[in-house]
Write a protein that binds this ligand. Structure first.
Ligand code: ZN
Length: 328
């Protein structure tokens, strides 16, 4: 019996047991997928939501729904050829494709890293929205496998906030295979497995592709790559974020953290400069051997908690002004 026949049968049972709403939900999930792989992910996600919410148990179909979810994941993998890993074990060969796209306007602004496994977009199947490139790619390409497993966020809630909803992966390399174990809001039940050569080629291609970058993103990438982070650390400073000033895109804004208590800001006028030129100005200020004593005009501070709200940080020059955070 095919997966589709199994879903038909499950829908009939749901109606018999007085849950036509669930039958309709399953049908909608089936119809929302444009390809057979997408249908496996959308229906599997629906079945798992019923398991989590207790609906499956309440209608006495938990075992059957769990079996169908496993079947959906198995079929999702088996549409791909398997390959033998170093251990001699055979793995499904999932295929990875990454893409950077603007965040849809209903989710805020900025960019997101979209994650396609077997051509199904996983961040929307998981928490809803891909992470900002600054979270996963810049300055460090977190997709590259290290010696030790690493866990990081790969999708955030559709409202734009990671944590409101979240999908994490634990990434590890096992010989010829890279595995992603899905965590929190999982788009599929089982880990994804990639051939290491193909995988590294794709994650490196993404990091080397700068075609999506507006000037402020190019400047940001250059700044994070060129700033002497050790020098800042010795000054108890850390570069937190950089972007165009949301109040005035003619200005480029940087934010540092000083200890845990303060944010330090500086805005640089674009003056029609290139991204390269503004990055050079920012990096010169931050990497200056005389920093922070030569940071004078144009700097501001904000105390992040009541203990630091009223008094400037001890590195502040008299010319620094207190930032009006949240004010226009
Ligand atoms: Zn949210």
């Amino acid at each position: 019996m095919s997966y589709h026949d199994e879903l038909d049968e499950l829908r009939a049972k749901l109606r018999q047991r007085g849950r036509p709403d669930l039958a309709d939900e399953l049908l909608a999930a089936e119809r929302s997928g444009a390809t057979s792989s997408e249908v496996l992910v959308t229906t599997g996600g629906t079945l798992r939501r019923w398991l989590r919410a207790g609906d499956a148990a309440a209608i006495g179909l938990a075992d059957e729904i769990e079996r169908l979810d496993r079947l959906a994941t198995d079929l999702f993998h088996s549409s791909n050829p398997t390959f033998a890993g170093a251990s001699g074990q055979s793995w499904p060969r999932d295929r990875l494709r990454l893409d950077i796209a603007p965040v849809p306007s209903e989710s805020g602004s900025g960019f997101q890293v979209k994650v396609f496994v077997n051509e199904v977009e996983m961040t929307s199947a998981g928490a809803g929205l891909g992470m900002d490139p600054y979270d996963v790619l810049i300055p460090e390409n977190k997709f590259l496998p290290l010696e030790d497993p690493r866990t990081f966020g790969i999708a955030r809630c559709g409202c734009g906030v990671y944590g409101c909803d979240a999908t994490d992966i634990t990434l590890r390399r096992l010989g010829d295979v890279v595995t992603w174990k899905w965590k929190l809001h999982k788009p599929i039940s089982h880990p994804s497995t990639f051939a290491v050569d193909e995988y590294i080629r794709e994650v490196t291609r993404l990091a080397d592709d700068h075609s999506w970058e507006p000037p402020e993103r190019t400047a940001g990438r250059l700044i994070f790559a060129r700033v002497d982070h050790d020098h800042l650390r010795r000054l108890r400073l850390r570069l937190d974020w950089v972007n165009n000033d949301w109040r005035n895109p003619e200005r480029f804004e940087i934010c540092l953290r000083y200890d845990a208590g303060y944010q330090i800001f500086r805005r640089f006028s674009w003056n029609r400069d290139s991204a390269e030129a503004i990055a050079t100005r920012v990096v010169a200020a931050l990497n200056s051997p005389d920093a922070p004593t030569n940071w004078r005009d144009g700097w501001s501070w904000h105390g992040m908690d009541p203990a630091h709200r009223e008094s400037p940080p001890d590195i502040a020059h008299a010319s620094w002004i207190r930032e009006k955070v949240g004010a226009l």
